[in-house]
Every structure is written in C-alpha cells, then in structure tokens.
Design a protein. Structure first.
Length: 66
C-alpha cells in the first residue's frame, strides 16, 4: 500500500480515535504507529491519552495540504 493511501486511511480512523487510542494492541493503533515510524516521525507514546496521537493527526493533515 502506498504512503498516501495509508495516510488517508489513518485520517478516516481519526473519527473513532477515542475508542482505540489507549488500546495499544488494537489494529488501528498499530497501523497509526507503523505509519508514524514509516514517515520518520518515530513511535507513538504508549501513555494513556497521549497527546502524541492528536499531534500526529495534525501532522498528517498538514502533509495532505502540501
């Protein structure tokens, strides 16, 4: 799957982030973490309600605007 497609999928998953953001073994969290690493942003934090996830979504949105 190409990177732009993965970003689109991640942004669609933002709608349900409250359901999975603290479930580090969920497929959506793993997918977002994998994307974060692939982009060179590093691994997402594994702290409850980590601010890194909304920050990463903001970063993804900024990439889409470019």
């Amino acid at each position: 799957m190409e990177l732009e497609s993965e970003i689109d999928i991640a942004l669609l998953n933002e709608k349900t982030v409250n359901d999975w953001r603290n479930k580090f073994d969920s497929e959506k969290w793993k997918q977002l973490n994998k994307l974060s690493i692939a982009i060179g942003h590093g691994s997402l934090g594994r702290n409850q309600n980590c601010g890194c996830i909304p920050d990463f979504f903001s970063y993804l949105k900024s990439l889409k605007k470019e």
